[in-house]
Write a protein that binds this ligand. Structure first.
Ligand SMILES: Cc1ncc(C[n+]2csc(CCOP(=O)(O)OP(=O)(O)O)c2C)c(N)n1
Length: 610
């Protein structure tokens, strides 16, 4: 029986010998490759942490000791070792387990993650609580070199270093974020990483010890001491030490022996310590080793990811516009690939800025570019833009700067689940002064909006989902604050929907009605609303608003508030997202579970218009 099938609980890992652990690491790799190729998920990141995760489980004793996985996309091996091996077959799928740690899922998942750079702060909180309660266990935050570029990680290091609270940070350094990691921190880590001195020296010392003939114990002891001193002190991470942490490393993150050795050492230190572990992303799968960006996240077997994509359109259209317009600059926070900006990067490298996983910095830096007369486009996923609430408000909107936010993955995200839903952006943006929010119904309208944005000189947000869902034949020109009428009829029933998926749903729902005619409106402007349209609505109209944002602060509430202010008589029904969408799966499956199907909605609307 393969060892992987015998691991029912993390305690089983501690009973294994080193050769058995090595065998287990091979079995886990094979299992990951077989499973994730079908389910989709973060394959390369997980292949890189197989030995690290095994060594952590060998040395520490969870659930008493607590592991916090930064971002959490690399926690599949942790899930395998904590009784969820079989469930990996349904990871990120309907009815299956989450692709990230989830406190609702397992006692071994001690803190939910998904957004980067939170693990040191969370770990420090846990450690302080432990100390205040006079408890005794270890806290280990595992953070990647990509996640370490996020400002929050440094805020936490700043706090941890002076407080001297006992906790362990394992820096999993694979020299990659999703794309190759960039920036000063990465350059610094690279310098340490390439200093192979430690590894070579340790190797030699060990060899000498092993080759010595029968010698007296005192000499072995001396040599052991030399070896230990060398291994713990040779290459020092000065920056981390100046923060007040003990730095140890770099060590080979695929050598189980070294990992166990060093983790056992740091386990007993009485101060905050950072263990620098060098790993290879995609380890063991040649194509992923060669192209870790492509294998960072792989699609499920039934989704080839080849649909029309708003992201691709952004990269291509912005590149074309930038050929003519020299003031256009593009900014990403470590997501050049996901946001489609790779194309722009290749064509206009001097006007492309990847600022690493720093959404807040990205926004304020864009404000600086804008105030100097350039035309910045900041492409960030809806969920990660949450990080920049204050920067959008304080640094862009209050100065009315012409920064355009290209908000990708707006709406429901499907497989990534609750931490990644893009269902809040309308709420947090619509309360900001002087920002305009628009949303395209399809790819063609997106292109039109990008062109239109060139002459718009104030803060602008364009929100769109990942894929295009319906391509329309007709596209009326964009006029500021004006909605597009998709279907006009003699009726006082209106479906007013935000672009993309919700408009498609609205159209499909309206087709079910045989006895009633329904007007369909593309609410391409969400802020401001089309006030002329609303003012002209006949009294006692039935309005159905549809949006893939939460109700509060979204399109529907804005419409209702405006009509109330105008003393209109109207009946309104809101179709919006619940405050938390925990269902995972393909988008269509999530929509179905949420009751967002034409059949279900048509019944609700029938009741409403009776
Ligand atoms: C705030 C935030 N921005 C962007 C992302 C998207 N993202 C997920 S993983 C990742 C790269 C993380 O790199 P690293 O921490 O080095 O982990 P690796 O996959 O290389 O092991 C990024 C940018 C995120 N999860 N959170």
């Amino acid at each position: 029986m393969p060892i992987i099938d015998k691991i029912k609980d993390p305690n089983d890992v501690r009973l294994l010998s080193l050769p058995q652990l090595r065998q287990l690491s091979e079995e886990i790799r094979k299992y990951l490759i077989e499973t994730i190729s079908i389910t989709g998920g973060h394959l390369a990141s997980n292949l890189g942490v197989v030995e690290l995760t095994l060594a952590l489980y060998y040395v520490f004793e969870p659930p008493k000791d607590k592991f916090i996985w930064d971002v959490g996309h690399q926690a599949y091996v942790h899930k395998i070792l904590t009784g969820r091996k079989e469930q990996l077959n349904l990871i990120r799928s309907l009815g299956g387990i989450s692709g990230f740690p989830s406190i609702e899922e397992s006692k071994y998942d001690v803190f939910n993650t998904g957004h980067a750079s939170t693990s040191i702060s969370a770990g420090l909180g846990l450690a302080r609580a432990r100390d205040l309660k006079n408890e005794d266990y270890k806290i280990i935050s595992i953070i990647g070199d990509g996640a370490l570029t996020g400002g929050m990680a440094f805020e936490a290091l700043n706090d941890l270093g002076v407080s001297k609270t006992k906790m362990i940070i394992v820096l999993n350094d694979n020299n990659m974020s999703i794309s190759p990691n960039i920036g000063g921190i990465n350059n610094y880590l690279s310098k340490i990483r390439v200093s192979k001195k430690y590894a070579a020296l340790k190797f030699k010392t060990q060899k000498i010890i092993n080759q010595l003939p029968i010698i007296g114990k005192p000499l072995i002891d001396v040599l052991e001491k030399v070896r230990n001193n060398l291994k713990f002190a040779l290459v020092s991470g000065k920056m981390f030490e100046q923060f007040g942490l003990k730095y140890i490393g770099p060590i080979d993150g695929h050598s189980l022996e070294d990992l166990i050795d060093f983790l056992s050492h740091v386990k007993n230190l009485d101060e905050p310590v950072l263990l620098h572990v060098v790993t290879q992303k995609g380890k063991g799968l040649p194509c992923a080793e060669k192209n870790p960006t492509e294998y960072h996240g792989v699609n499920s077997a039934n989704n080839n990811g080849n649909g029309h994509s708003f992201s691709k359109t952004l990269g291509q259209t912005l590149s074309l516009l930038a050929d003519e317009n020299q003031s256009i600059v593009a900014i990403t926070a470590a997501m050049a690939d996901g946001t489609g900006l790779e194309v722009f990067k290749d064509k206009h490298n001097d006007r492309f800025f990847d600022v690493a996983i720093c959404e807040s910095h990205a926004v304020t830096m864009a404000a600086g570019l804008a105030i100097s007369g350039l035309k910045p486009y900041v492409a960030i996923y809806s969920t990660f833009l949450q990080r920049s609430f204050d920067q959008i408000l304080h640094d862009v909107c209050l100065m009315k700067l012409p920064v355009t936010f290209c908000i990708d993955r707006a709406g429901v995200v499907g497989a990534d689940g609750v931490t990644h839903q893009g269902i809040y952006d309308l709420s947090y943006l619509s309360l900001m002064p002087d920002i305009t929010i628009i949303s395209p119904k399809d790819i063609q309208e997106f292109k039109m909006m990008l062109k239109w944005s060139l002459d718009y000189n104030k803060p602008l947000a364009i929100r769109y989902p990942k894929d295009s869902v319906l391509e329309f034949d007709v596209h009326t020109p964009i006029e500021y604050g004006k909605w597009e009428i998709i279907n006009s009829c003699q009726s006082n029933i209106y479906i007013i929907a935000t672009g993309g998926r919700m408009l498609k749903l609205g159209i499909e729902t309206s087709k079910i009605f045989k006895n009633h005619k329904i007007n369909i409106i593309n609410a391409r402007f969400i802020k401001p609303l089309d006030y002329v349209f609303l003012d002209n609505l006949a009294d006692n109209s039935y309005i159905i608003t549809m949006e893939d944002n939460v109700l509060h602060g979204g399109l529907g509430m804005s419409i209702a508030n405006y009509l109330l202010k105008r003393n209109k008589k109207f009946k309104i029904k809101h179709i919006a997202m619940p405050e938390k969408v925990t269902i995972i799966g393909e988008i269509e499956e999530v929509f179905k579970k949420l009751g967002l199907t034409p059949q279900k909605l048509s019944k609700e609307i029938s009741d409403f218009i009776q």
